[in-house]
Design a protein around this ligand. Structure first.
Ligand code: NAD
Length: 483
């Protein structure tokens, strides 16, 4: 890494406004998934350090909530500007620890920063309301108040944006936060803390604790001072954390796994569908929760779509994210590579055909070839589970009804996409898909002003948009007797 601002690279945690090591003095290694290089070592903290971060956050809360929303917004605007000013360095950090191409990493920094800018303003619009009273001598008023200390547990696939999507609405609402980033990607989180400190947030308002997931998560979920947990990650861990939050009845937001269908109807613009399929599938090496996981293609255009899609996929340059022109980086680690290999082996064993890829990339390491599989059936693992890799399984269907049934045949409900030229079908299919987000003739849907989140086992709550701040606010009803 060749950072212009070397101060962004930290190997200590940010707790109560101070940079600290683990109590034990033990650190763990952060590796570059493209080449295994040691990037840094960061503290292996556990429950004691987490408890201190929670105590600091709770101590900071009264003064933080007492500031006007406008003052909180001013601090957030400074943080936003610092993130933008350091965008190139932050992108390098993201690429180094997560592997995605530098252009994608830069896109993530801009996307992540946009939540800070958006919620700085949304904090000023945490409106209450008055309710017409059923009694002549009463006046009914609803106000919104910050929920209290919040915990954020985030994944490695968007090391910057998954943090700002949670921290920005929390801070804007008047809540302090304790963040536990993924162990694969703590460096971006710590760099965000460097910039938050520089922006001038009071001590304890924003804390980052790295280390043992189960220990830190155990404290964040059991500690009664934490009033809300926001988690992004796998459905399995989400279920566990939700159960751990039950004894203290915390508010919980969960952004979990997906199994996104990408439907191409006979009347679609096939070239546009192919271009969007490439983005929706291979972005971040297929490691995003909204990545198209199942391609459902109507029989009349199946062969044409398959041919054009496989040609584009096999032309993608695979390499380390910092290399020029690279469209697909490595998988995050050997376990992710093994999962992709086992899903492909299962599909081939049950009769799928390789149109391109289908094996590790010749570079070795964590690299896998962009892959397209034809003749896929619902009996295969790729149909039921999130592969979280660069594998596109193609299913053939005949009718719209069949496509909707296939698309909804999953316990997940995060994102779905479909391509058609028919306006009436846009409405029919859009309404029938059991998903929190639907892309119609587009494979890219996420931005700060729209609600992001899933239904069914893909999660609870929404991030971004005017809905995103609600999870960090309590509704208080006040009843006045005016006699
Ligand atoms: P993961 O669930 O393994 O890890 C996510 C976070 O949880 C990490 O910080 C990890 O350290 C932590 N964690 C793991 N076990 C824990 C425990 N016992 N207690 C407390 N914390 C624990 O997921 P991942 O592999 O890092 O991320 C990939 C998953 O995230 C995919 O399923 C993907 O779909 C999902 N995801 C969802 C969204 C969304 O917005 N819905 C966005 C990005 C990723």
């Amino acid at each position: 890494m060749n950072l212009q601002n070397r101060a962004l690279l930290r190997s200590t945690n940010f707790i109560d406004g101070k940079w600290t090591a683990a109590d034990s003095g033990i650190s763990f290694a952060v590796l570059n998934p493209a080449n295994g290089e040691l990037l840094a070592e960061v503290p292996r903290c556990g429950s004691a350090e987490t408890r201190r971060a929670i105590v600091a956050a709770e101590a900071a809360w009264p003064a933080w909530r007492a500031l006007t929303a406008k003052r909180r917004a001013q601090l957030m605007q400074v943080w936003f500007k610092l993130i933008i000013e350091n965008a190139d360095d932050l992108a390098q950090l993201v690429t180094a620890e997560c592997g995605k191409p530098l252009s994608e990493a830069r896109g993530e920094v801009i996307y992540g920063a946009s939540f800070v800018e958006w919620f700085a303003e949304e904090g000023k619009r945490a409106y209450g309301e008055t309710i017409p009273s059923p009694a002549a001598d009463k006046r009914l008023v609803v106000i919104k108040q910050p929920i209290g200390v919040c915990a954020a547990i985030t994944p490695w696939n968007f090391p910057l944006a998954m943090i700002t999507r949670k921290v920005a609405p929390a801070l804007a609402a008047g809540c302090p936060v304790v963040v536990k980033p993924a162990e694969q990607t703590p460096l971006t989180a710590l760099a965000l803390a460097v910039l938050a400190e520089q922006a001038g947030f009071p001590a304890g308002v924003f804390n980052v604790v790295t280390g043992q997931p189960a220990e830190i998560g155990g404290e964040l979920t059991a500690n009664p001072s934490v009033r809300k947990l926001s988690f992004t990650g796998s459905t399995g861990v989400g279920r566990l954390l939700m159960a751990q939050c039950a004894p203290t009845v915390k508010k919980v937001s969960l952004e979990l796994g997906g199994n996104a269908p990408f439907i191409v109807f006979d009347d679609a613009d096939i070239d546009a569908a192919v271009d969007n399929a490439i983005t929706a599938k291979y972005r971040n090496t297929g490691q995003t929760c909204v990545c198209a996981n199942r391609f459902l293609v109507q029989s009349g255009v199946y062969e044409e779509f398959a041919r054009k899609f496989a040609a584009k996929a096999s032309a993608m340059k695979v390499g380390a994210g910092i290399e020029e022109g690279v469209a697909q980086g490595p998988l995050i680690n050997a376990a992710a590579l093994a999962k992709v290999e086992s899903h492909v082996a299962d599909a081939l064993g049950k009769g799928a055909r390789v149109l391109c890829g289908g094996a590790r990339h010749q570079r070795g390491g964590n690299f896998y070839q962009p892959t397209v599989l034809a003749d896929v059936t619902t009996a295969m693992q790729v149909a039921r589970e999130e592969t979280f890799g660069p594998v596109a399984p193609l299913f053939r269907f005949e009718t719209e009804t069949e496509a909707i049934a296939l698309a909804n045949d999953t316990e997940f409900g995060l994102a779905a996409y479909f391509f058609t030229a028919s306006v009436s079908r846009c409405w029919r299919v859009g309404e029938a898909l059991e998903y929190g987000m639907v892309g119609i003739n587009t494979g890219l849907i996420s931005n700060e002003v729209a609600p992001f989140g899933g239904i069914k086992q893909s999660g609870i709550g929404r991030e971004g948009s005017k809905y995103g701040i609600e999870d960090y606010l309590e509704v208080k009803y006040m009843c006045f007797d005016i006699n």
